[in-house]
Design a protein around this ligand. Structure first.
Ligand code: NDP
Length: 313
């Protein structure tokens, strides 16, 4: 099988993608406990890296592979990959946009409804028989409320389209204004002050780190809800926990966390949060499409064709 390109797998990937990789390439898996010696032995032959959105692929790591040509990320976010370092060496970086847009937007709406309508606690209330002691406490209306989207890109726009069906009043913050009918805010704090629900759906990385800090939460206010389906790094988690505890905001729906898969016990103990394990794109159909696309990028490149979905400049 000497002709097969060598691909190094550096993250936990779904079975379907693992199968495609193993069927077509000469694969080594960092998660199989490759020793330093083994890694050194294969390093000169590695032409591709298969990663996911959480995997760290820094400059120093890529530097170990002199024949590296492509890093294929399973996921749309690629904040773990040092793209400038890759570009310097002409290494392609690809990701899986679009195919997951619907699911992530659906999940943002699900978290918004679950948090405002207290769906998870209501389920426990109904199951436990607590209901016999009296009705469930009132919750917060979503239809017609004011929504602020931070990151009106592919997924942000899909969230806005869904929210329009709930008659929500829609505003957004990006670094640059878009040609859309929604109200634009050039800073996140004034957006937070103007809405009932603040939904985070930007990329992660240095440019968005702790975009939501204590001040932004203060602006969102005691009736406001924070929804984060972007990356844990975009929210100052300690400030969020403090705000939730002090009633400075009403609640939070979170799919992503600073130190996944670890969630601070203090956060998990709160009643005014709904927490999901970074599963916004996690439907069978979508994860299969993501796997196909992550594979197709590698396959196209190694067949001498242009990659399908390179990360933008
Ligand atoms: P896009 O690139 O289409 O959209 C990103 C948007 O964020 C753009 O509108 C951009 O506008 C805005 N943005 C970027 N930087 C900033 C900033 N510093 N401040 C404010 N806005 C900013 O990406 P997608 O919509 O496809 O995906 C967005 C992100 O969602 C992914 O990068 C990933 O992190 C996250 N995600 C999470 C998933 C999950 O499982 N929870 C699944 C999939 C994606 P502008 O350039 O004008 O600032």
């Amino acid at each position: 099988q000497a002709a097969r390109p060598t691909v190094l797998i550096v993250a936990r990937l779904p079975q379907h993608l693992m199968q495609l990789l193993h069927d077509n390439f000469n694969c080594h898996n960092l998660l199989d406990g490759l020793s330093e010696e083994q890694l050194q032995a294969i390093a000169p032959s590695v032409r591709g890296i298969a990663a996911n959105g959480e995997a760290k692929v820094p400059r120093e790591f890529m530097a170990r592979f002199p024949a590296l040509e492509i890093v294929s990320v399973f996921g749309v976010g690629y904040d773990g990959v040092d793209v400038p370092a890759a570009r310097e060496r002409g290494i392609h970086v690809t990701h899986t946009p679009d195919v997951l847009t619907d699911d992530v937007a659906d999940m943002a709406i699900a978290l918004m409804l679950a948090t405002a309508r207290n769906v998870v606690r209501a389920d426990r209330f109904a199951r436990s028989g607590e209901w016999k002691n009296g009705p469930f406490p009132f919750t917060t209306k979503v239809s017609g409320a004011r929504l602020g989207i931070v990151g009106l890109g592919r997924i942000g726009e899909a969230i806005a389209r869904r929210a329009a069906g709930f008659d929500m009043d829609i505003a957004y913050h990006n670094r640059s204004r878009k040609d859309v009918a929604y109200t634009y805010y050039s800073d996140i704090k004034s957006l937070a002050a103007a809405v009932d629900f603040l939904v985070m759906i930007t990329p992660g990385g240095a440019g968005t780190r702790a975009l939501v800090n204590a001040e932004v939460l203060e602006a969102l206010g005691p009736k406001g809800f924070l929804i984060n389906v972007a990356r844990g790094s975009v929210v100052d988690e300690a400030a969020l926990i403090a705000a939730l505890k002090a009633g400075k905001i009403a609640g939070a729906g979170l799919d992503v966390f600073e130190n996944e898969p670890n969630i601070p016990a203090e956060l998990a103990a709160l009643e005014n949060v709904v927490l999901t394990p970074h599963m916004a794109s996690g439907t069978l159909v979508t994860r299969t499409a993501m796997a196909d696309l992550a594979f197709n990028n590698l396959q196209a490149h190694f067949s001498g064709k242009p990659v399908v979905t390179p990360v933008p400049n």
